[in-house]
Design a protein around this ligand. Structure first.
Ligand code: GLP
Length: 248
């Protein structure tokens, strides 16, 4: 894993935007996997700025989002459809037909999972952007998710619902299920860019560097991927050396 240490969130966001910009310029039809959450917001801001300054264009880019809540209409302000539209897509020049997000409102959820995975296989993701949950989840692959699972319906852990409750009016209104790309879907990406910032991610980052690949800690699977870059700020990196011994 290629580790880029940066001082803070701002620096992480800039490096991540530069990283994606380089790939988007060098590939003829880039396919980029995108993530939600607070972590990539700064990166999206940087990319929007670059697009406004005409330093980058997304006209030839296809995107795949990692996940979506089940039971929230796409128009709900807390759906990941809304998040992506407000935070990124409405400010960019990407054609809507090149944007893919799982449909959390599908009547036949299993069919939606199969459809989404087939699209991923057909297009092939060049770079998948990931955040990391405090319990090591990537996408919505919670601890214990088998590494061979592709896009599937998952039940969110209480800790993930608690962590995401800050966006909702109450914990009760946080959906209990989601559709997520599986670990196997994520591992098919040619390249992975993981971002981590802040003291609340320090434990998870330390475990990621611990050397153990365990389904109990989903992000650890990235150690088996041939092309991973991690952009991590000082606070998120702060426990790495101390914790390494503990988890060995
Ligand atoms: C959410 C998302 C993940 C995200 C993670 C971390 O539950 N499903 O894709 O990476 O949690 O979120 P944040 O960046 O807000 O810490």
């Amino acid at each position: 894993m290629n580790v880029i240490r940066v001082p803070d969130y701002e620096a992480m966001s800039k490096r991540a935007a530069d990283f994606l910009t380089a790939r988007i310029k060098e590939l003829p039809s880039p396919v980029i996997g995108l993530a939600t959450g607070s972590t990539p917001k700064g990166m999206y801001k940087q990319l929007i700025h670059a697009c406004r300054m005409e330093k980058i264009s997304f006209r030839h880019v296809t995107t795949f989002n990692l996940d979506e809540y089940i039971g929230l209409p796409a128009s709900d302000p807390n759906s990941y459809h809304s998040f992506m539209r407000k935070t990124f897509f409405q400010h960019m020049d990407i054609p809507p037909e090149q944007i893919y997000i799982p449909d959390g409102e599908a009547v036949l959820l299993e069919n939606e999972c199969t459809r989404y995975e087939s699209l991923i296989d057909k297009k092939g993701v060049d770079v998948q952007v990931l955040g990391i949950g405090q319990n090591g989840h990537i996408g919505f692959n919670e601890p214990g998710t088998p590494f061979d699972q592709t896009t599937h319906v998952t039940t969110l852990t209480d800790s993930t619902r608690q962590a995401n409750a800050r966006f909702f009016s109450s914990i009760e209104s946080v959906p209990k299920q989601a559709i997520t790309m599986g670990i196997a879907s994520i591992m098919k990406s040619r390249e992975i860019l993981l971002l981590a910032s802040g003291p609340h991610k320090a434990e998870a980052v330390a475990r990621l560097f611990s050397g153990n690949v365990l389904e109990a800690f989903p992000a650890s699977v990235l150690q088996d991927h041939p092309h991973v870059t991690i952009i991590v700020d000082d606070e998120a990196f702060s426990l790495v050396s101390r914790k390494e011994e503990k988890y060995d």
